[in-house]
Every structure is written in C-alpha cells, then in structure tokens.
Write a protein that binds this ligand. Structure first.
Ligand code: ADP
Ligand code: ASP
Ligand code: MG
Length: 456
C-alpha cells in the first residue's frame, strides 16, 4: 500500500481537492492519505492566537469567521447530501470551539503554547474531514481518522516529538481495520496529542513527518509527498530562476537538504522512512504525470562533474560567538557549552572552533535570550543576527578532493562567516550574511548545476 501526503496548496480549494481525488483513486483502496491544512490557514490560525494574546478579540473572531466561510466553500465539493451535511456540521463545531477558546484567551490575555497548538491544530482537523468526505462522495470510500488518537507525542508544544512505538501501534490499530474494510484512512498531518490527551503540533511543515509516521506504521511500499513543485530541486526556486529537478536522491542527501532548508521536505520526514527502508517520492499534485524525485537508501549513481547534487539554503540564522580565553583548551568546556543548548532544547546546526572561541548557528530563536544569559556565566558571548546558511550536498562530494576549494572559489569576494565540512564530507556548509545569500546561491548554482549539465 501507499501513503499519500498532500500539502496545503494541494488541498487549497475545490479544484485542488478534485485533483487529489483522481490521484488517490489509482492506488485506492490500498492507500492512506495525510493532509495539511488548506494553504495559508496555519498562518492565519497563528495570527488569531497572537491577536487573542494581544486582547484583540474582534479581529480574532472576524478572522475565524472568514476561515469558517472558506472551509464551507471548499466543502462544497462534497456532492453527497448526507456527507455534505455531516462535514458542514463538523466545520461549524470546530470553528465554534475555536471561537470559544479564543474568547476565553482574550479575557485572560494569554496564549500559553498549549493553547497555540489547540488553535493551530484546527486547520488539519477540518481539512482532513473535508478530504475524507470528498473522497467518499466521489467514489473512493474513505474514513476520517483523528490524528490526536494516533500520533502520541511528548508535551513540547509547538514542536512535539512523537513516541514512535506508541504512535506506530496506535496508527496500525486505527488504520488497519479501515484498510481491511476497503476504505482509505484520512489523517490530518501536523497534529498529535500528548499521552494525557492534550493536543500538540509537530512544528511548522510537520505534515510531511506525519505522512512518514503513517507510512512507517503501516509498512507502506512508498510514501508520496504531493506538493506544488516537480520534486526536490537543485536549489530553492524562490531564490534561483532555473533550478532542475533531482530525479533520485539517497536518504542521507535528502536528510541533509531538508535539514539545511529545502522546505519541500520537513527534516524529520526521512528518519521513519529510512528506519523501515520505505522509498519516499516527491511529486507535483498539479502535474501528476511528472516523475518527481525518488528518495531511497544507498548511494545514488554519481552525478557528472563536481559531485554536487543540490544546494540547500536558509536565512533567519543567528551566529553565537562564545569566547573564553581561560576555558577553551580546558577539557569539559564544550560539554558545558552544549549542555546549555540541551537544557534550552535548542538545536545547533553548524559549529566551528578556534583556539579561544566557538561559533555556533541557531535557527530557533525562541530561547536565545536565556541561552545567552546561561553562556555568559562562563564565557563572553556575542551574536550576529540576519545570517544565512548555504549547504552544497552530494553523496559523490567526497570523491572530489577539490570540491571544497571549488565551492570557496566560486564564492570569491563574498564575506564568509563560517565554513564547515563534516566527517561524512557529504556536504560543504557555509554561513554568510543573509544579504549575500542570493548572490552566493546563484554563483554556486551556476557553477555546479547549470554549467555541469551544459557539459554533460
Ligand atoms: P507543502 O505545503 O506541499 O508542504 P511547502 O511549501 O512546505 O509545500 O514546500 C514546497 C516549497 O518548498 C516549494 O514551493 C518551494 O518554494 C520550497 N523549496 C525550497 N527549497 C526547495 C528545493 N530545494 N526543492 C523544492 N522546493 C523547495
Ligand atoms: N499546516 C502546517 C504548516 O503550515 C503543517 C504543514 O503544512 O506541513 O506548517
Ligand atoms: Mg510542507
């Protein structure tokens, strides 16, 4: 069986859902579906949470009403009268509950993370109900499965981590009977609940991760990520004019690209797929006959030339420089330093060291002030905001001894803040000013992708 995950643009309106139905019809009933919220809805819901915290009740409630109407309009695709009535009632129920929550929060002037998650989860809870009813009413029998019953997480609201064993068991026991009855289970992505039953979310873009969890739990033959681009591209299409589709990636390459900013895949997606060796395919729901990108275990045939498969990038990065003339050479310093990040549950992406200083990059700024305060207890700390990461990835990079040099020479004249190549040597990662990102990316893309394919 196949697990198909559809992102926000792939369920954004009736036309998108009509395409989804045709895509699912082929593998059904040997299929399970995971869906995101309709495009833009999660941003709107987070805006509603922020308005509630600011005491702007009128604005928040108007926004909820707008969302309710948009979902009703999309639910118009459910042709069967009874199914349409059921789904309409559930839309009204979800948005009435949301309005109640928001009204209470406006009075309290607070939005603790657990309430933000309860609000944000609304998007996937309603989109998945609409998609389940739409499939059934168009001849693909489907059944809604409540993500809060099957994705069991810790209570790290906003970026909750699933308990894999409990989640796999719950997905299997909820979905297997549905599949056995010849129906397609439809689960909202991004959403879970703690063991105590409190709603959580897996972090922005987390529906891909949900798709992989469902795929692994059901031992799927393939996990398909249906989105709005033709596959994993050689660079971010918002920054580069002529990116190419990468036809085949290894799990390791895909994981590096996702981790360093290729938004088409949530960084956690690969892990459950890799653990069970399930191929992942990235496909365009608007051009379903395009081959997309296939991600499998094992190294992929070497690309021509320099060995760069694709280049990931992300901005909004902060560099922390941690200096201690007394401590750096003393053993135990790095342990102390990284304990601070562990305590504040903040991941560090790139690390470089010199004799007296360590530089690290941080993507998630939420706990930065507390981190800086704790580090300052034993070192001097300075920070540079508005930085970016560019990361050239390729399984074949290690076989090109000149790769790092060629990458650096392509960036001649661009001030580089940090340079790193990990032991796997599958990537060369550069930290620079966000203002220089576009220039750096287009130089690397021109040199390693455009020119290479012209030669080959
Ligand atoms: P979905 O809603 O389907 O999950 P996302 O917006 O999360 O879609 O991810 C798809 C987007 O990722 C693309 O529209 C593209 O702008 C962006 N993106 C960034 N880097 C890449 C890349 N290397 N390859 C493909 N898409 C990328
Ligand atoms: N709807 C969520 C988001 O916008 C999750 C997802 O789309 O993957 O982040
Ligand atoms: Mg996404």
């Amino acid at each position: 069986m196949i697990v198909l995950k559809f992102g926000g643009t792939s369920v954004k309106d009736q036309a998108a859902i009509a395409r989804l139905i045709e895509i699912v019809r082929t593998p059904a009933p040997n299929a399970a579906v995971v869906v995101s919220a309709l495009a833009g809805v999660t941003d709107r819901l987070l805006g509603i949470a922020a308005a509630a915290a600011a005491g702007e009740g009128g604005e928040a409630l108007a926004s909820i009403e707008g969302l309710r109407q948009r979902h009703h309009a999309v639910a118009g695709i459910v042709a069967d009268a009874e199914l349409h009535r059921d789904v309409s009632e559930s839309i009204d129920r979800e948005f009435a509950a949301l309005a109640e929550t928001v009204t209470a929060l406006v009075t309290l002037r607070e939005t603790a993370p657990r309430w933000v998650d309860a609000i944000a989860a609304t998007g996937e809870l309603v989109s998945s109900r609409i998609v389940a009813a739409a499939l059934t009413s168009h001849g693909v029998p489907a059944e809604w499965v409540d993500a809060r019953r099957v994705v069991v997480t810790n209570d790290e609201f906003g970026s909750a981590a699933p308990d894999m064993d409990a989640t796999f068991a719950a997905i299997a026991s909820a979905c297997r009977p549905v599949l056995a009855a010849g129906r397609v289970p439809v689960v909202g992505g991004f959403v879970g609940a703690s063991a105590r039953g409190i709603t959580t979310t897996l972090g922005r873009g987390g529906s891909d991760f949900s798709g992989a969890l469902v795929g692994a739990a059901l031992d799927a033959d393939e996990i398909q990520i249906w989105t709005d681009v033709d596959g994993m591209l050689t660079a971010d299409p918002r920054l580069i004019d002529d990116p190419r589709v990468v036809p085949h990636l290894s799990f390791a390459e895909a994981s590096e690209l996702a981790h360093f900013g290729a938004k088409v895949l949530h960084p956690a997606t690969i892990q459950p797929a890799m653990a069970r060796d399930i191929p992942v395919r990235i496909l365009n729901s608007q051009r379903p006959s395009e081959p997309g990108t296939l991600i499998t275990s094992g190294e992929v045939a070497m690309p021509p030339g320099h060995g760069v498969t694709a280049i990931a990038s992300k901005s909004g990065i902060t560099v922390l420089n941690i200096t201690s003339t007394r401590m750096v050479m003393a053993h135990g310093f790095l342990r102390r330093l990284f304990e601070v990040f562990e305590r504040h549950k903040t991941a560090v992406d790139v690390v470089t060291t010199s004799e007296a200083s360590v530089s690290v990059t941080v993507d998630d700024r939420r706990r930065l002030p507390a981190i800086v305060a704790d580090l300052s207890a034993f070192a001097e700390v300075s920070s540079d905001g508005d930085m970016a990461i560019v990361c050239a990835v390729g399984d074949a990079l290690p076989s090109n001894a000149a790769a790092a040099g060629e990458i650096l020479s392509a960036l001649h004249g661009v001030p580089l803040r940090m340079v790193s190549q990990a032991a796997s040597r599958r990537n060369v990662t550069i930290v620079l000013r966000a203002a220089d990102l576009r220039t750096a990316l287009s130089r690397l893309h021109e040199r390693f992708v455009t020119t290479e394919s012209a030669v080959s």
